[in-house]
Design a protein around this ligand. Structure first.
Ligand code: DAT
Ligand code: MG
Length: 149
């Protein structure tokens, strides 16, 4: 099983879309193994977005992710990284396919509601950043109905 980090960005909280977005990910069969509601400070934002440091939109990215509280989620499941990325939709919500979170709920490139780790390696580092205390291991009775053994 793989794990990935999801952030519901400040626009998702302000627009009251937390339940809708988490519901879509839960319904996919992904298991919540970590959940936090927090205000990201600039040092955490800068570490999270370090990979984009040289990009012209970096300053705006840090401003946006620190502009209000967010929800951080750790999700577990088969191919969790790719499953979340597919469910999120394309980065530019205006171009994201209908049926995806961004394609159904957003229309902007910057205010695109959700972050998901882009690889298994990135996920390990991002999960450490947002869940330094570790994640919660548990079994669900329905796990065997979601993925074959
Ligand atoms: P994603 O969030 O789909 O992984 P990314 O990692 O390439 O996309 O970029 C991180 C965020 O930065 C993205 O969610 C929105 C913003 N962003 C990306 N490209 C941008 C651009 N060309 N102009 C403005 N903001 C951009
Ligand atoms: Mg990314």
């Amino acid at each position: 099983m793989d794990r990935t980090l999801v952030l519901l960005k400040p626009d998702a909280i302000q627009r009251g879309l937390v339940g809708n977005i988490i519901g879509r990910l839960e319904a996919r069969g992904l298991k919540i193994v970590g959940l936090r509601f927090l205000q990201v400070d600039r040092p955490l934002a800068e570490r999270h977005y370090a990979v984009h440091q040289a990009r012209p939109f970096y300053a705006g990215l840090v401003d946006f992710i620190t502009s209000g509280p967010i929800v951080a989620l750790a999700l577990e499941g088969r191919n969790a990284v790719d499953a979340v990325r597919a469910t999120m939709g394309a980065t530019d919500a205006a171009k994201a396919a209908p049926g995806t979170i961004r394609g159904d709920l957003g229309i902007d490139l910057g205010h695109n509601l959700i972050h998901g780790s882009d690889s298994a390696e990135t996920a390990v580092n991002e999960l450490k950043l947002f869940f330094p205390e570790g994640l919660v291991d548990y079994a669900r009775a329905l796990d065997g109905w979601i993925t074959e053994a």
